[in-house]
Design a binder for this molecule. Structure first.
Ligand code: NAD
Length: 258
């Protein structure tokens, strides 16, 4: 039996990178998937890819930072599929002018917090009643290894937003533990996706990151999608409030071996 047979899932940020891989994997594991993204074309092409492979999916345009947009997203998923069991909050941004304490523009801080932190909360806020009405479910949020250790290159807004995601996820997990809803966060290390593409195109910046990864390589989006599948499925039935670290060993290392 596939691991998400009969489950209904929303994947935000499903049009690209980790979210795209997760939407494809969840569908291949039997879930009906609402692929939600601010990039409607990206979400549409992933939903088409799933349908072409024989899966069940449709695309939704959403801005996770906007309350009414997240309400509409959950309402559409429930109206289309008849319930909700899994929410994978993968939408996120990492603007290039996010930097040090003194040089990060306040508007950048506000937008990063609005999408990464508030957006995660708003999607959970809309999804929880639908999940309760469906008999329970699993929420998987995306934090980052920078929620656990300071980044080697300053990106204060992003780091603060991911710390907020991790702390929020733990508290939600406690609040809903006795109501049949689990909530966990994944803390990925640097993953080769469009989010980091501009930064990693610079060989010096790329090396600056690789030097801290014991594996000596970036992660792949599909590797994080598999971690999300574990947390989304009943394979993790006794796991809630956890931070699943998938970072190639970054946070385990004091000095990275040559
Ligand atoms: P990505 O840029 O490939 O995908 C992010 C998706 O989110 C895009 O499709 C984008 O359109 C969508 N999005 C952005 N703002 C949105 C909004 N307001 N509403 C709805 N959708 C929106 O990046 P990715 O690397 O796949 O990132 C996915 C998640 O993983 C993010 O939360 C990111 O912070 C996190 N993460 C990434 C890395 C990495 O190294 N790539 C590391 C740790 C955590």
């Amino acid at each position: 039996m596939a691991r998400l047979d009969g489950k209904i899932a929303i994947v935000t940020g499903g049009g690209s990178g980790i979210g795209r891989q997760a939407a494809l994997l969840f569908a291949a594991e039997g879930a009906s998937v609402a692929v939600a993204d601010i990039d409607a074309a990206g979400a549409g092409s992933v939903a088409e890819e799933i349908s072409a492979a024989g899966g069940n999916a449709f695309a939704i345009a959403v801005d996770v930072a906007d309350e009414s947009s997240t309400r509409e997203m959950v309402a559409q998923a429930v109206a289309t599929f008849g319930g909700l069991h899994v929410l994978f909050n993968c939408a996120g941004i990492f603007p290039s002018d996010d930097g040090g304490v003194l040089d990060t523009p306040p508007a950048t801080w506000d937008r990063v917090m609005a999408v990464n932190a508030k957006g995660t909360w708003l999607c959970c806020r809309e999804a929880l009643p639908a999940m309760l009405a469906s008999g329970g479910g699993s929420i998987v949020n995306v934090a980052s290894f920078v929620a656990l250790v300071g980044a080697a290159t300053a990106q204060v807004a992003y780091t603060a937003s991911k710390g907020a995601v991790l702390a929020f996820t733990r508290e939600m997990a406690v609040e809903y533990a006795r109501r049949g809803i689990r909530a966990n966060a994944i803390c990925p290390g640097p993953i080769a996706t469009p989010l980091l593409a501009e930064l990693l195109a610079d060989p010096a910046q790329r090396q600056r990151r690789l030097v801290h990864i014991p594996f000596g390589r970036l992660g792949e989006a599909a590797e994080i999608a598999r971690a999300a599948l574990f947390l989304a499925s009943d394979d993790s039935s006794f796991v809630t409030g956890s931070a699943l670290v998938a970072d190639g060993g970054i946070t385990a290392a004091y000095v990275t071996p040559e």
